[in-house]
Ligand binder design. Structure first.
Ligand SMILES: Nc1ncnc2c1ncn2[C@@H]1O[C@H](COP(=O)(O)OP(=O)(O)OP(=O)(O)O)[C@@H](O)[C@H]1O
Ligand SMILES: [Mg+2]
Length: 220
């Protein structure tokens, strides 16, 4: 993306310029950490890249798709088909089993239910959760919930995986497991990954680190 800008209207009046011209490129299979103080704009950047919010200026491109000029319907399609999200709190649906949660992105993409279940089952196996496939999120540990969230983010072979503090809620060991899975699976499936985090260890597991400060990115 190049010269990406985003400002918010402050509730108290005035304008808060969160991103003032952010540029970088990321290749398939690459994993990038975005660091920076709380409030620096990490989540804002991820939202723009995932088509969850719209930039005020600059360009963001995902493959040949220009996100910054895409309409609502095209953004929704990109979000569903090309992007996988992992959040700090897993955001799994509480009434669905782990398997059903992981199958969901494929069902949204109108894949046949039987195919979706088979792919979800393979993905659960890849994150070491085959034995928990029928558990609901409330019946999984925090680390298991987050591994299921990683499986869900990758099951539809997205081009881009956006992870916002994916290990923020976990102890060191569970966090390291989730980081390793994200890195291995993304690499083998050729997805680009962007991880927003305060965790140095997680950043160290990435190929590159960018730091957001004063609305701009620094780093390699
Ligand atoms: N919808 C909004 N309206 C107004 N201001 C907002 C809005 N969303 C975020 N902000 C402000 O934009 C700034 C950047 O927020 P953002 O959530 O991107 O930070 P962050 O780097 O992810 O922080 P953290 O590490 O705490 O998650 C913050 O100062 C926040 O208060
Ligand atoms: Mg954030």
């Amino acid at each position: 993306m190049s010269e990406l800008r985003k400002a918010y209207a402050s509730p108290g009046g005035g304008v808060l310029e969160v991103l003032r011209g952010v540029s970088f490129a990321l290749g398939a299979g690459e994993m990038l950490a975005v660091m920076g103080a709380s409030g620096a704009g990490k989540s804002t950047l991820l939202h723009l890249l995932g088509g969850l919010d719209v930039a005020d200026g600059g360009r963001a491109r995902l493959g040949e798709i220009e996100l910054t000029s895409a309409g609502g319907a095209e953004l929704a399609r990109v979000r569903n088909e090309q992007v996988g999200f992992v959040f700090q709190f897993h955001h799994l649906l509480p009434d669905l089993s782990a398997l059903e949660n992981v199958a969901l992105p494929l069902l949204v993409a109108r894949r046949k239910p039987r195919e979706a279940r088979a792919a979800a089952s393979a993905m659960l196996e890849a994150v070491g959760l085959s034995a928990r496939a029928s558990h609901r999120p409330g019946e999984l540990s925090g680390g298991e919930q987050q591994r299921a969230a990683v499986a869900r983010a990758l099951v539809h072979a997205p081009r881009l995986v956006l992870a916002d503090e994916p290990t923020g809620n976990l102890d060191a060991r569970a966090g390291a497991e989730v980081a390793a899975l994200l890195s291995t699976l993304a690499r083998t499936r050729g997805a680009a990954v962007i991880v927003a985090t305060h965790n140095e260890q997680l950043a160290a597991a990435c190929d590159r680190t960018l730091v957001l400060r004063d609305g701009r990115v620094f780093g390699s």
